[in-house]
Design a binder for this molecule. Structure first.
Ligand code: PLP
Length: 475
């Protein structure tokens, strides 16, 4: 919808309409959480263990440490400690950009004419532009503690690679980034930022690894995928002395680190005496949503009143809404352990959508289990142009230009607020504004000039992906 200047001015008037409610709720530096929250420790049914495809047995610490940093591997397997202390050095770096603000979207509320109260936790206030820095700093810290020379990783849309390159420069670690080729081509400035922080970057699939050469031989014009880039980064990590592989989402350890989002959001809401009825997050690998909802999920697990949780994914890559809950490889090169998760199949090749950070074939095993058990209440798939309708609406009144990934959550927050308008309910809605979209202007451009399309895979497309889910006879 077009927003006129008058409507925007009217929206500004909303400030007085909300009386004394603050627009931004800040915490103090010393309110940065001292402990991460590990939701697994409180889950009724833990997710099934990650499996070593070689032995057909649950992966052990010994299986994981050749690939991952030791402390991170321990966190990956930790299903007993609900709270894990955040080392002082990590908290010091968090002070550069945390606590992040919780914002009451009064201008958006006014524009929609909704009685709902909409809050968002804004994680885009650092140069990498997303929440991913929360885990990048932790992972770089543990790698340094172990005395490693460097780390390898993949990046889809580029946010994780940027965050990791920043974190590695803080800790003086070498960083090699494999970037999904279609993003690499679309976002030349991402590469420049990553190189500014001292990391090296290779478009994936590449001819620098065995798995990359194999994929290029099969599909010459392969546009890349997160699964493919993961395979390459893992291969380089395990074949290079003093290197380990790190990952920006999906894994249990990443959800642990991202719990700072939810812990801060809950503390800020406590300050003003509100509690969310609905918590909404976009879901790529599941880390920001897992982090945002963690402390509220704890309320639910303890039998207290809790919000309705909604995961939002692109209709073009619908792992939760149309995927299978099965053991699958985490990468398309089939060299990682198997995880039980909602998956579209490890070689599912999603169309190159602008929401690159949501283009992953699988989903966090923790989120998958919570969804399967009904604790994560709902998953919704939304179409691209509807997402950008919401992004533009939001930018024009709230100012912040959202990342396309984040705009998935905005879409559903707006939809829920409009339902409240019909019913007159004054629900409190909390969503995660995970990042800013400055590197996604070609996508905004496509939306604004009307060339954006809504690609939705057919059932046959999905069947081709499902056919690649391995059958090791695991339940
Ligand atoms: C990576 C990313 C996401 C999706 O990843 P999750 O692990 O599902 O949180 C969402 N928003 C932004 C801005 C991202 O960079």
């Amino acid at each position: 919808m077009a927003t006129t200047m008058q409507e925007m001015l009217d929206a500004r008037g909303a400030m007085s309409a909300t009386g004394n409610d603050p627009y931004k709720i800040f915490l103090e530096e010393d309110e940065i959480p001292t402990h991460y929250y590990n939701v697994r420790a409180d889950m009724k049914t833990d997710h099934r263990p990650i499996m070593n495809p070689g032995t057909g047995k649950p992966a052990t610490l010994e299986d994981l440490t050749p690939v991952f940093c030791e402390e991170l591997a321990k966190q990956e397997l930790n299903d007993t400690d609900a709270f894990i202390e955040i080392p002082e050095e990590i908290r010091e770096f968090y002070k550069m950009y945390r606590p992040s603000p919780l914002v009451r979207a009064t201008f958006l509320e006014k524009l929609l004419g909704t009685p709902a109260k909409i809050y968002y936790k804004f994680e885009g206030g650092n140069t990498s532009g997303s929440h991913k820095l929360n885990s990048a700093i932790a992972q770089a810290y543990y790698a340094k503690q172990q005395g490693l020379r460097g780390v390898t990783t993949e990046t889809g849309a580029g946010q994780w690679g940027t965050a990791l390159s920043m974190a590695c420069s803080f800790f003086n670690l070498d960083c090699k980034v494999y970037m999904v080729r279609c993003s690499y081509d679309q976002k030349p400035f991402r590469r420049a930022v990553i190189e500014t922080y001292g990391a090296s970057i290779v478009p994936s699939p590449s001819d620098t690894t065995e798995v990359g050469r194999k994929l290029l031989a099969e599909f010459e014009d392969h546009s890349g995928s997160l699964g493919t880039a993961i395979s390459e980064a893992v291969e380089v990590a395990v074949t290079s002395e003093g290197y380990r592989y790190v990952l920006g989402s999906v894994l249990n350890q990443v959800l642990i680190h991202q719990s700072v989002i939810g812990l801060e959001a809950k503390a800020a809401m406590d300050k003003i005496g509100v509690y969310p009825d609905i918590v909404i997050g976009c879901a790529g690998g599941g880390s920001n949503l897992g982090g945002l909802m963690a402390p509220f999920m704890r309320d639910k697990r303890l039998g207290n009143p809790a919000p309705h949780f909604i995961a939002v994914e692109p209709a073009s890559c619908p792992s939760m809404t149309r995927g299978k809950f099965a053991y699958d490889f985490c990468d398309s090169g089939q060299i990682t352990p198997l995880a039980k998760m909602y998956t579209l199949g490890n070689v599912f090749r999603p169309s190159p959508t602008p929401a690159g950070g949501l283009r992953y074939h699988g989903m966090s095993p923790i989120l998958s289990q919570l969804f399967h058990d009904g604790f994560l209440d709902e998953a919704r798939a939304v179409e691209q142009t509807n997402v950008f309708d919401a992004a533009v609406q939001f930018a024009r009144v709230e100012g912040t230009l959202p990342a396309p990934e984040s705009a998935h959550a905005i879409r559903v927050a707006i939809d829920e607020a409009l339902k409240c308008k019909e019913t007159g309910e004054e629900k409190v809605i909390l969503f995660g504004l995970t990042g800013t979209g400055y590197f996604d202007m070609y996508a905004y451009d496509a939306y604004l000039n009307g060339t954006m399309t809504d690609y939705i895979p057919t059932d046959e497309d999905l069947e081709r992906g499902f056919a690649t889910i391995p059958d090791f006879g695991l339940e």
